[in-house]
Unconditional design. Structure first.
Length: 293
């Protein structure tokens, strides 16, 4: 049941890349903007079901989750529904409210240790869904690129960027002691093939939605799509890895590599017509590191 829950959540996220789904939700908010207040209730109810499956249900935990899902909605509802061309301070606050509680494990002490990994994944999926609703269907920012590939470049850009970025990441990674020298993969071909989908769905796509569609895109809408904006968004992405292992924290080695990778991901995001392109590059980098280093 836990796996089924995560699969259903992934399916809900992927459904937003279909134009008819986005248009249907936008039409509903256009007719009745107050429907946005139903979103925190629905997401909290979904989390309550997942918590019950994991044996972690508690009133306090659900109140924390309800507060977590309601705060970003309040920031969006205060500004109103409709097409937005220039993000406000409150729009950036929405991103922080979605991201930082998960980044720092808010409410983790309320969850039994065996259920933390599973419920963190559920909460991560909720945050992505809430971001898709708020920025794609309620506030309706342009250029989020929640769509399927539309042009030939969407297919070859990830491979071209990987060919340039991978040697740089390898040399810098070895140089700072983040990764060892490359080696032949030790896993079976089947495990390596299965990891493509797992890494794409579990890491690459959610992180690209947050750091490229939301953070980088809103920075570009506010400050322009120049090099400084790309570098700023990449640095934010790098800093998000300071609290990741395996090295001692703060992991400045990981931050350096993630910042460089973020430049490549952001460059592809700017030039492709779909978020899938930067997510594909992200998956290629993570997959290569996992099996060859």
């Amino acid at each position: 049941m836990r796996t089924l829950t995560l699969i259903l959540m992934l399916a809900a996220v992927l459904s937003f890349f279909l134009s008819r789904v986005q248009e249907g939700i936008r039409s509903a908010f256009g007719r009745e903007p107050r429907l946005i207040w139903a979103v925190p209730v629905v997401l909290t109810a979904a989390f309550a079901g997942a918590a019950a499956l994991a044996g972690a249900w508690s009133t306090t935990l659900l109140l924390v989750v309800l507060l977590y899902t309601t705060a970003p909605v309040a920031c969006a509802a205060w500004q109103g529904a409709g097409s937005v061309k220039r993000p406000s301070i409150l729009d950036f606050a929405i991103i922080l409210l979605l991201w930082l509680p998960l980044e720092f494990g808010a409410g983790g002490a309320l969850v039994p240790a065996p259920a933390r990994g599973y419920l963190h994944s559920v909460a991560y999926g909720m945050a992505i869904l809430l971001g898709l609703v708020l920025f794609g269907s309620f506030r309706m920012f342009p250029d989020l690129k929640f769509n399927l590939p539309r042009q030939p470049a969407d297919w070859w850009l990830p491979a071209a960027a990987f060919a340039v970025a991978a040697p740089v990441l390898m040399m810098v990674g070895i140089g700072v002691g983040f990764i060892p020298w490359p080696h032949l993969p030790e896993k079976s071909a089947g495990a390596m093939a299965a990891a493509v989908g797992i890494i794409f769905a579990g890491t690459a796509l959610p992180e690209e939605i947050l750091f490229r569609s939301m953070i980088q895109n809103l920075l570009m809408l506010r400050f322009g799509a120049g090099v400084r904006t790309l570098l700023a968004a990449s640095f934010i992405f790098g800093c998000a890895h300071l609290d990741n292992g395996p090295q001692a924290l703060p992991n400045w080695r990981y931050m350096i590599l993630a910042t460089i990778a973020g430049i490549a991901y952001g460059w592809v995001f700017q030039r492709a017509s779909t978020l899938f392109s930067s997510a594909a590059l992200h998956m290629l980098v993570d997959w290569t590191k996992h099996f060859f280093f």
